[in-house]
Design a protein around this ligand. Structure first.
Ligand code: PMT
Length: 217
């Protein structure tokens, strides 16, 4: 299979030295890309700025902003059998970007923001029905309720609900606690485990999905 994986944060600059971003390290997305490559799939990774090295034999596009990530995902979407949208994409960016460093005396206490494009919403309009689209939901509370909403609104086949209220799960750490929810109502709660093992479970689900759909044909 051809698997497109996004990972890491985006950066939304307000001048050449300042930006809005988040704590995503890229570890979860890189683990999925590495595991997919070890299983013999062809993998393309689209990565925000992180300090990780792309897994061997994985093609990687390095991007910075949410707009760059949208462009890179749309450029590779037709190629992919599976998209795994693990990146923590900024929902807001500064309305104005200064070309020169802002002086603190020129800055306002309040920053004017505008929404970034929702990449999965854009994917929903362009995807083929035989492509598998997987999203993540990083939540601190009512995790399954919000994840189910995103599964439906973003037109996903599977969502990985990520409990980020725990210190040992989610952003930055080596372990994760996730529940897989599919569009048919299936639900699989995985125990706290390494991000590599969580990646294996997600890819096991992908394999089972394609095995079942090929049996139906
Ligand atoms: O990188 P690590 O440190 O290993 O951390 C892993 C992780 C916590 C970042 C990862 O497991 C995770 O949960 N990723 C999704 C983070 C997130 O942005 O979730 P969200 O609930 O805000 O977004 C829901 C989905 O919409 C995600 O698939 C996201 O990629 C996508 N999205 C979000 C915003 C946007 N503008 N466009 C999008 O497509």
């Amino acid at each position: 299979m051809k698997i497109l994986v996004t990972a890491g944060p985006t950066r939304e600059y307000l001048d050449p030295v300042r930006f809005l971003s988040n704590r995503s390290s890229g570890k979860m997305g890189y683990a999925i890309a590495g595991e997919a490559q070890r299983r013999g799939h062809t993998v393309h990774l689209i990565s925000g700025p992180v300090s990780l090295v792309a897994p061997a034999h994985v093609a990687c596009s390095h991007i910075c902003s949410a707009r760059d990530m949208l462009d890179a995902v749309m450029a590779h979407l037709a190629w992919a059998d599976v998209l795994v949208m693990c990146a923590a994409v900024a929902d807001w960016r500064p309305r104005r970007v200064a070309s020169q460093k802002l002086k603190k005396t020129d800055m306002q206490a309040e920053l004017a923001l505008e929404r970034t494009a929702d990449i999965l919403e854009a994917v929903k309009c362009k995807r083929r029905s035989n492509q598998l689209i997987i999203g993540f939901a990083a939540e601190t509370h009512d995790i399954l309720k919000y994840a189910k909403k995103k599964l439906v609104h973003k037109g996903l086949d599977l969502i990985v609900a990520n409990d980020i209220s725990r210190k040992d799960a989610g952003f930055g750490v080596d372990t994760n606690a996730v529940t897989l929810l599919d569009k048919k109502g299936g639900q699989w709660e995985l125990p706290l485990q390494s991000k590599n093992n969580a990646a294996r479970s997600i890819l096991d689900w992908v394999t089972r999905y394609f095995d079942q759909t090929s049996q139906l044909r």
